[in-house]
Design a protein around this ligand. Structure first.
Ligand code: C5P
Ligand code: C5P
Length: 477
């Protein structure tokens, strides 16, 4: 095992020691799939120890939320999927942070990593891959970090590893390689050994188990399929020309209903199509990869495929119903699950409508970035999902970071997403957004490939100029 991985495990052990000494813990978690699964893992691990605790879901952590938490004086605070970006404000509190965002203590030079490890074992213990030089956008998510702590608390918690996989997939950590990599592999292995996860090699498109096959292609965006994505008729013709029936009696066939020879025929045709259109092998390879199935969920349920499970959690958390997703993660399949399915329908429609809004307001460009402003027409909690989808579609300039705005109750929410190839050229959106937001009295952070901020209303133009300059400097640097 790499030294860096061993160091993360050491931090997880330290965190577990602190927990064992506590009599009550307050858990603060983010409302996205990684946050909801992290909060559930933390809560179930504490429940199994009979440790009094409460979970609080937060849309974001900023300096004013930190003040409110301080005022409530938790005996021990456990921050999951948030906290590292504001470590400087939390360092003297008693508790732990299981997070994968870039920590606020920068730069993290190789020479200083040892010091940081010592720092991390002070009052507030941070379990974060960045502290040991691992990439928090790909090597492990917050739910993975929370899982490592849970495993240190008791080996019986290995059956929570599947939730760690849902969180990582929800944060698209499997995207670049078509499989989870780095420390995530440990989480995957534990989940498989605990019989809660099955890993298969298959088409990685969203909706393998729930969508009619033509819709699987119509809505494909990772990668988008030339001449098929967004063209329902072309997708139907594609299957008919291949001799693959769309219906079985009165029922639309889903990907899982196809015979193995039919699936092979479809994949081979899609690969040919992408290669003919000049897509590189790397992108084509992403079409087929690892698919993570929750072994205890029935086939065809929106909870069986980790990708679909994560979307169901987005459908809850992004619409002020994080607790609904949380109860589903804890095992509810009655009232909360029914509510989650309703929310899922609403989420699907909201995403489609948001993409129309982007088309309507249009994408504009500066020298190094492109942007759109969703105003009041896209929720601040959904604008990041829309930004990611637009960047991956034919509507956006392929080689430029995308900055998206939406109005929020405390200013303007910013979501930024970058094409992966710019990372190798030095782009780090977390740093760009942190610096640009600070210059206009806002707060920002995140990951190199995806970051966010909140800035004061009216400062968008100045903010964009700053972001444009910072991106240029990084790419020239
Ligand atoms: O708050 P958090 O870290 O959990 O969110 C990570 C965000 O980064 C998610 O919205 C995810 O979709 C995005 N991301 C991305 N591309 C990647 C990795 C993450 O857009 N390759
Ligand atoms: O909100 P959005 O999905 O665009 O956020 C992208 C990433 O930036 C997420 O990982 C999120 O947690 C992070 N972020 C942050 N500070 C903010 C806003 C977002 O670290 N103020």
């Amino acid at each position: 095992m790499r030294v860096a991985c061993i160091r993360v495990l050491r931090l997880a052990r330290e965190a577990a020691h602190l927990i064992k000494d506590a009599s009550r813990i307050d858990i603060y978690s983010h409302i996205d799939p990684d946050g909801i699964t992290s909060g559930t893992i933390a809560s179930l691990a504490l429940e199994r120890m009979d440790l009094e605790h409460e979970v609080h879901f937060l849309k974001k952590l900023d300096s004013s939320t930190v003040e409110q938490i301080r005022d409530s004086a938790p005996e021990v605070a456990w921050f999951t999927d948030l906290g590292s970006g504001l470590y400087h404000l939390l360092a003297d509190m008693r508790g732990i942070i299981t997070d994968h965002h870039v920590p606020s203590m920068v730069p993290v030079s190789k020479e200083r990593r040892q010091d940081l490890l010592a720092y991390a074992t002070s009052e507030m213990i941070q379990v974060n891959p960045h502290l040991v030089g691992l990439d928090g956008a790909t090597e492990i998510s917050s739910s993975g970090c929370a899982y490592l702590v849970a495993r240190e608390l008791s080996h019986a918690n290995t059956n929570l590893a599947a939730l760690g996989v849902v969180g990582a997939v929800g944060d698209l950590q499997d995207r670049a390689q078509g499989r989870l990599v780095g420390l995530n592999r440990q989480v995957v292995e534990d989940a498989v050994n605990a019989d809660v996860l099955q890993v298969i090699r298959d088409l990685r498109l969203f909706g393998r188990e729930t969508r009619p096959i033509f819709k699987l292609l119509q809505y494909a965006n990772d990668p988008p399929l030339p001449h098929l994505t967004e063209d329902q008729e072309a997708c139907i013709v594609f299957f008919l020309e291949l001799g693959v029936d769309l219906k079985e009696e009165d029922r639309w066939r889903r990907w899982i209903d196809l015979a193995p020879f039919e699936r092979r025929r479809v994949v081979s045709e899609l690969v040919t199509l992408l290669l003919e259109k000049g897509y590189g092998h790397k992108l084509v390879r992403r079409l087929v990869g690892e698919v993570y199935l929750l072994a205890k969920e029935p086939e065809g349920s929106p909870l069986h495929d980790a990708k679909e499970f994560a979307t169901l959690l987005n459908a809850c958390g992004r619409y002020e119903a994080g607790d609904v997703g949380y109860q589903v993660c804890r095992g509810d399949r009655e009232a909360y699950y029914k509510k989650a399915l309703e929310l899922l329908k609403g989420h699907r429609k909201y995403i489609v409508d948001s993409l129309y809004v982007v088309r309507d307001v249009g994408l504009e460009t500066l020298d190094n970035i492109q942007f759109f402003h969703g105003g009041d027409r896209i929720r601040d909690t959904v604008v990041g999902i829309a930004a990611g989808m637009v960047l991956g579609s034919g509507d956006a300039r392929p080689g430029m970071p995308l900055i998206a705005f939406a109005n929020s109750e405390d200013g303007v929410k910013v979501s930024a997403r970058a094409p992966r190839k710019l990372l190798a050229k030095g782009l780090d959106l977390a740093e760009v957004l942190r610096k640009a937001a600070a210059s206009v009295d806002g707060e920002g952070g995140g990951h190199n490939i995806a970051a966010g901020a909140t800035i004061p209303k009216g400062s968008e133009e100045e903010f964009l100029r700053l972001v444009d300059d910072l991106v240029r400097e990084q790419l020239e640097g």
